[in-house]
Ligand binder design. Structure first.
Ligand code: ATR
Length: 300
């Protein structure tokens, strides 16, 4: 069960402090992943989980700054509320309207969103170039927003947004298109969540991204939002669900001969980006991945 090697982790009185604020936070996989990166880098630092109720967020962030923390990740339910605590926002965080990384620098709080950039990096690592692709995104919540906006900025040709609540797909499409400024055509289009739309959109797409919880072990294990026969070999299938690692959708994609990508890579890449922001150095991504996969196996 030990997820951090206590020998490898060197914590002195001058240790750099980082962590994650969530509510609840006990299921977060960031502590084992970040502490593995800290250990691999030989940095005198520690990353700790902190359960913080929404009403306490401002007090806790001010307290951590006063205590000399380098920064923190914020996760559900704090990603939007933390915006009001930030003095300067990265372009990504501003575009998405949410932060997942705070960096305390002198008298300022800098806010970043590494989810979308982490998603793009995970595509790059898999050799997938988004420019010019037609993409289908399932879902229209926070993850879909971040992913769709970053895909649009990366130059995809079309984003089909399919969501159970159609109006939310329409709202997200409007947000995405409004960020494209002078782009001559509307990149994002909403579609209803039905068999006809799903089949039709997938037949024209080269990338499918599932951002819904369908297939998650805690939500609907063994289920998939699509049928195998709707998939084709030119389609890259990206499931943001990472627990279980081999979701039903990932297995269907493999059966259909698609390149199948797991959401665990997005988690690794967003974490690696947070590490770079806080410590100004390159983390050992392989060690982070190994620690994450180990922690995921232990949560089963
Ligand atoms: P996240 O931050 O992970 O994106 P979220 O903001 O709660 O989480 O969004 C979850 C998305 O999954 C929503 O688009 C939701 O659809 P609705 O807008 O209709 O609520 C979608 N979703 C959740 N459960 C679903 C299910 N069983 N089938 C299809 N879509 C589902």
């Amino acid at each position: 069960m030990a997820q951090v090697d206590p020998v490898a982790l060197k914590i002195s009185g001058k240790a750099k402090l980082v962590g994650v604020l969530g509510y609840p936070v006990e299921h977060s996989l960031s502590p084992p992943m970040q502490n593995a990166a800290v250990a691999a880098a030989g940095i005198d630092a520690v990353y700790i989980p902190m359960a913080v109720a929404p009403d306490d967020l401002g007090t806790v962030v001010n307290g951590l700054r006063a205590a000399g923390f380098v920064g923190v990740n914020v996760t559900i339910p704090h990603k939007v509320n933390a915006l009001r605590l930030v003095d300067e926002l990265s372009a990504s965080a501003e575009m998405v309207g949410a932060v997942n990384t705070l960096h305390f620098v002198e008298d300022k709080v800098l806010g970043y969103n590494t989810d979308g950039t982490g998603f793009l990096q995970s595509l790059a690592v898999a050799g997938v170039e988004p420019a010019g692709l037609t993409v289908t995104v399932l879902g229209a919540g926070g993850a879909a927003r971040s992913i769709a906006l970053h895909l649009a900025m990366a130059g995809v040709e079309r984003i089909n947004l399919i969501n159970r609540t159609y109006d939310k797909a329409g709202e997200l499409a409007a947000v995405v298109n409004s960020h494209l400024g002078t782009n001559p055509h509307s990149v994002a289009r909403p579609h209803p969540w039905d068999e006809r739309s799903l089949r039709e959109c997938l037949s024209h797409s080269q990338l499918l991204v599932n951002t819904t919880p369908v297939g998650m072990s805690s939500h609907s294990p063994g289920q998939s939002p699509v049928q195998t026969q709707w998939l084709h070999q030119e389609l890259v299938v990206y499931d943001t669900v990472y627990n279980p690692l081999r979701t039903e959708l990932i297995q269907q994609a493999e059966q259909a001969g698609c390149l199948a990508l797991s959401g665990s890579e997005m988690l690794v890449m967003q974490g690696a980006e947070s590490f770079r922001i806080w410590f100004g150095q390159e983390p050992n991504v392989d060690e982070m991945r190994r620690a994450l996969l180990r922690a995921l196996r232990n949560t089963r």
